[in-house]
Design a protein around this ligand. Structure first.
Ligand SMILES: Cc1cc2nc3c(=O)[nH]c(=O)nc-3n(C[C@H](O)[C@H](O)[C@H](O)COP(=O)(O)O)c2cc1C
Length: 417
């Protein structure tokens, strides 16, 4: 989604200016056209050459440069931008932006720029907490700017406090979210489940599965980047993803907890849910009676021959239950099937039994597909019997393909009499 997006990145004269180099590199790799503007003070910390090399584009640092190019381009740069990102934003530049000043290239471009403004303030914690800085931030937010909240941690001053420049991944997530506001899921509320459920045996042990959560997180992030309001209900995830940005995250443990969270979200929502995508790996069975204390060798729980018998009972089928639930009617429902044999046959029967709109099936026994991998090779089963086999793709692209198929279903529901 960043491909060919025009991003003007203002880099201010703060100690975190060097970290903006990584941000430019990642934006450029994602296909964005990044025009970097350094404030005069930023050039005391970093050089234009670094940013020109990373962005593959000309860098601006001086509105009054003798060639006249910066002066000639500053209005057009602002007018043609899809996003104005200021990262790091110093206290000083926040003040100038809040006042509508235009005494350098960055602030002049900002005044000419109708695109969304995304600010990543980074500074020493007292400067950040100061009433003047906070008032300037409020003014900018009231005017429509989005703030990436600075993180808490070690600051260049040697103190620990709020004011740290966020990780590149966090900044990229904000960029995607702000750029996606007008996307094809704008105004939609979607629920995505991710990860695996864990069924306790006792307070220490559980029966789990190999779900990494990557597919569900990718689906949630893609929906956010298309403008949706997203609730992500996640079980255990083995992937160490950063907390998703701009997504409501609810953690659950067992299948019964997942079911309660999904039901609450879908059936009791004040604002109706438009789509539910269940990418979580849900345990079909749970231990009927988990032990209250840790099961010990030689304890009364053992059989006479030293073996241990666990009785498993069937867990409810969350999607099948919703199929007959009036309060979930109208919600586009997408299920996942992780199979190791007879993928097509099992997928088709699951789609029918659970009355799904789409079923995404993957053969988890295949290399590069399924649990823990960054890629997935899936087949999408439609209600009308169509089956689409997708190539082996990064999970983000699989997520995009799934939403591409959900969007027309959402539109079709609206036009139905
Ligand atoms: C070593 C050093 C580090 C600084 N780090 C920051 C910072 O992290 N955040 C900030 O708001 N100001 C910081 N400043 C102060 C700014 O450089 C100063 O306010 C400057 O006028 C900012 O100009 P600009 O906003 O046009 O880039 C720092 C100053 C120095 C000397």
């Amino acid at each position: 989604m960043l491909k060919d997006k025009r991003i003007v990145l203002g880099v201010c004269g703060g100690i975190a200016a060097y970290k903006a180099a990584d941000l430019v590199s990642k934006l450029q790799q994602a296909g964005a056209l990044v025009d970097v503007i350094l404030t005069e003070r930023a050039t005391e910390f970093v050089t234009p050459l670094t940013f020109a090399a990373l962005s593959h584009r000309r860098v601006y640092a001086n509105l009054w440069e003798p060639s006249g190019e910066a002066a000639a381009r500053h209005i057009e740069l602002g007018q043609s931008a899809d996003l104005l990102l200021v990262a790091p934003a110093t206290a000083n530049t926040l003040a100038r932006l809040a006042q509508g000043m235009a005494d350098d290239m960055l602030t002049a471009v900002a005044l000419a720029c109708p695109a969304p403004l995304l600010l990543a303030p980074a500074m020493e914690s007292h400067m950040y907490a100061h009433a003047a800085t906070q008032a300037n931030l409020r003014t900018l937010v009231e005017r429509g700017a989005t703030i990436v909240p600075p993180e808490t941690g070690h600051l260049a001053s040697g103190e620990v406090g709020v004011g740290r420049f966020p990780e590149t991944a966090t900044l990229l997530a904000y960029v995607r979210r702000v750029l996606g506001r007008g996307g094809d899921l704008a105004g939609r509320r979607v629920v995505v489940t991710a990860g695996g459920t864990q069924e306790p045996l006792d307070p220490v042990r559980y029966i789990g599965n190999r779900s990494s959560g990557l597919m569900g997180f990718a689906l949630a992030e893609e929906a956010r980047d298309r403008g949706a309001e997203v609730l992500l209900i996640a079980g255990a995830t083995t992937a160490t993803e950063p907390e998703p940005v701009g997504i409501e995250l609810r953690r659950v443990g067992t299948t019964l907890e997942l079911r309660a969270a999904v039901r609450a979200a879908v059936r009791e929502a004040v604002v109706g849910v438009d789509a539910l995508v269940m990418a979580a790996a849900v345990a079909d069975y749970r231990v009927e009676q988990p032990a209250a204390q840790k099961i010990k060798k030689g304890s009364a729980a053992e059989n006479a021959d030293g073996s241990l018998t666990l009785r498993l009972v069937t867990n409810p089928d969350i999607l099948a239950e919703l199929a007959t639930d009036e309060r979930a009617a109208g919600v586009v429902r997408v299920g996942f099937a992780a199979e190791t044999t007879e993928v097509a046959k099992n997928a088709a029967s699951k789609l029918e039994r659970k009355q799904l709109d789409l079923l995404v099936a993957n053969d988890v026994a295949k290399a590069g597909s399924g649990f823990g991998t960054e890629t997935n090779e899936v087949a999408i089963f439609h209600r009308d019997g169509r089956v689409e086999q997708l190539a082996l793709l990064p999970k983000a692209e699989v997520a995009a393909a799934i939403w591409d198929r959900v969007v027309p279903l959402l539109r079709a529901r609206e036009t139905r009499p």
